[in-house]
Design a protein around this ligand. Structure first.
Ligand SMILES: [Ca+2]
Ligand SMILES: [Ca+2]
Ligand SMILES: [Ca+2]
Length: 134
């Protein structure tokens, strides 16, 4: 998978107001806390999918229940869109979207403990996951 992390600077600005609960000077500005409603310092799949579900609704202004390449706004490459579109209709419905999130979550969790921590979130796979959650 090759999600392109975009608008990282903008996101960092947007998240600037949320004070992190921990000191992590070397990590990316993307903050676990932004996706961590239970505040345990990590993102579990449920939290990731809840955030991604909200992102889906935000990205689907025509509310037809699917995201096309335009609505995805570069969060996913054309190749990835193809990969996560098993019915090949050129769009992602919410089920396909959440399956893509689950796949990316797994990629962002190399230690396989079922959570994405700050360090994992700051890696390339973590950044790609963020692209689906914001
Ligand atoms: Ca959590
Ligand atoms: Ca589809
Ligand atoms: Ca982990």
């Amino acid at each position: 998978m090759a999600f392109r992390p975009i608008h990282a600077a903008l996101l960092a600005l947007a998240l600037g107001a949320a004070a992190p609960a921990f000191a992590a000077p070397s990590m990316t500005k993307v903050d676990v806390a932004a996706f961590d409603p239970d505040k345990d310092g990590t993102i579990d799949l449920k939290e990731a999918q809840a955030a991604a579900s909200a992102a889906f609704d935000k990205l689907d202004p025509d509310k037809d229940g699917t995201l096309d390449a335009k609505e995805l706004q570069g969060r996913m490459t054309a190749a990835d869109l193809k990969q996560f579109d098993p019915d090949s209709d050129g769009t992602l419905d919410k089920k396909e979207w959440l399956a893509a999130v689950a796949g990316q979550f797994k990629a962002a969790d190399p230690d396989n403990d079922g959570t994405v921590d700050a360090k994992e979130l700051s890696g390339p796979a973590g950044s790609a996951l963020v692209a689906l959650m914001r």
